[in-house]
Design a protein around this ligand. Structure first.
Ligand code: ADP
Ligand code: MG
Length: 436
């Protein structure tokens, strides 16, 4: 098993045993550096973490590895060294650096690591430690707004800092294509080659756009080979794995697959909360844990949009001069939902049932168990608030209930949203599901 896979398996195995807080503090930014016969070397981000891992977790770590590898192992701890290994002389040609194109906002330090992206993050760290050696190319793929560009620029910025003499080129795949087309038109292929093939680090974003561009692919293939033979690091991103990119030459696919391919998944709830926390502190804002959770539960996938929503929300609250409490945030999140989407009652009832794992018969039936009452009240509240249905009509829909019962249910939820965080969150999640 290679280092990254083993480390990933290890993390999955150890997480429940150490709990989320310790997991985050001690494990997530540590990486497995090497494994030889029976010794596993872990690279820790600081001496502090190294000491803690040793004192608190050495046995647990050993046992966990032993289970995974089915043999006895010894663990060695190191603190990550930042020095670059000596590189061959010709690597240091005084070529003008291109780092100005790297947006300094995106770094590895401010990249929040969670289960959805820790493998890709570990690979990024490995690349920074040993550019051109460990994983070449590093191919990162995943959906929109999951952090691919951020991670890639994080690598670029870290390398620029560590090795200021490196010529680092970051470009979108469009930029590469446009440069190629312009070079052909102006008969300046030589310049193009000088530019790209001189890179010590080449970062190309959204390479799926090479699809169907034969000339560009041809040129890139030669660039790739040249860089690869000189051990220049390449990092590529795409919204899908190479074999799913249509009209991409087989030889490029196999080159891409020859390095390390990793995906970034949509972030889980905890990671979304952590990202929001980080973005807030970047803005100099300090939201409570409950507020962050509330916002995190209002959106499941795209971090870019989640971030946008956070900023809008902070602005709206500032504008109205309201403190950013859950009570003030909740209406904003639901308002937005209401504004954008047309809902119908059937969809809402179906969603409530699916969410709470009930049948429509249960929801509308006469039984009054606790497990049925909360979902029923929520349905009443949502139908009332989001669809402006009359309480009489809602009563009919919910199995012929009296309108006073509906009013009671609706008001109960109104009250709970202000006092019960769990209900607040459930409500937002149900609404979110109903519109998606
Ligand atoms: P992609 O390239 O995958 O479409 P981006 O890298 O542009 O996504 O990320 C979208 C936004 O989300 C950026 O503002 C980025 O900083 C933020 N983001 C994504 N993942 C993370 C993360 N793990 N930690 C911090 N910010 C993140
Ligand atoms: Mg991107």
């Amino acid at each position: 098993m290679d280092n990254l896979r083993l480390w990933h398996k290890f993390l999955e195995a150890i997480k429940p045993a150490v709990g989320p807080a310790n997991f985050k503090t001690y494990f997530i930014k540590t990486i497995l550096k090497s494994q030889s016969n029976s010794t596993i070397t872990l690279n820790t981000p600081s001496a502090f973490i190294k000491e803690n891992l040793k004192q608190k977790y050495q046995t647990l770590i050993e046992n966990t590895f032993e289970k995974l590898l089915e043999k006895k192992v010894k663990i060695e701890f190191m603190v990550k060294e930042v020095e670059l290994e000596a590189a061959p002389e010709e690597f240091f040609q005084p070529i003008q650096t291109q780092t100005s194109a790297l947006n300094p906002k995106y770094t590895l330090e401010n990249f929040v690591v969670g289960l959805s992206n820790n493998l890709a993050f570990a690979a990024a760290q490995a690349v920074v430690q040993n550019p051109g050696v460990s994983y070449n190319p590093l191919f990162i793929y995943g959906g929109t707004g999951v952090g691919k560009t951020h991670l890639m620029l994080g690598i670029g910025n870290a390398l620029a800092k560590k090795a200021p003499h490196f010529k680092i080129i970051y470009c979108s795949s469009e930029k590469f294509m446009n440069d190629y087309v312009a070079a052909i038109q102006n008969h300046r292929m030589g310049d193009l080659r000088t530019k790209y093939r001189a890179a010590h680090v080449l970062l190309i974003d959204d390479i799926q756009f090479f699809s169907g561009r034969e000339g560009t692919q041809e040129e890139f293939f030669h660039t790739f080979n040249e860089l690869s033979s000189r051990n220049s690091q390449m990092v590529l991103t795409s919204d899908r794995p190479p074999n799913e990119i249509a009209k991409l030459e087989d030889r490029l696919k196999s080159r891409f697959q020859g390095g390390l391919m990793l995906d970034i998944q949509f972030p889980d709830f905890d990671t979304r909360v952590a990202i929001l926390r980080a973005k807030c502190s970047e803005q100099g804002e300090n939201l409570s844990e409950e507020s962050l959770k509330l916002i995190a539960s209002s959106m499941e996938s795209n971090i870019r949009e989640l971030e946008g929503k956070l900023i809008q929300l902070l602005q709206a609250l500032k504008h109205k001069n309201l403190p950013s409490t859950p009570e003030n945030i909740a209406p904003f999140l639901t308002q937005q939902i209401k504004k954008n989407i047309k809902l119908d009652h059937k969809k809402i009832l179906d969603t409530v049932c699916a969410f709470f794992n009930l049948s429509l018969k249960d929801l509308t039936g006469p039984k009054r168990q606790k497990e049925l009452v909360l979902p029923r009240h929520m349905a009443m509240y949502i139908l009332c608030e989001d669809l402006n249905m009359t309480v009489e009509k809602i009563g009919q829909l919910l199995g012929g209930r009296d309108h006073t019962t509906v009013m009671h249910g609706r008001d109960r939820i109104k009250q709970l949203i202000n006092s019960d965080r769990e209900v607040q969150r459930l409500l937002i999640e149900v609404r979110q599901k109903a519109i998606s």
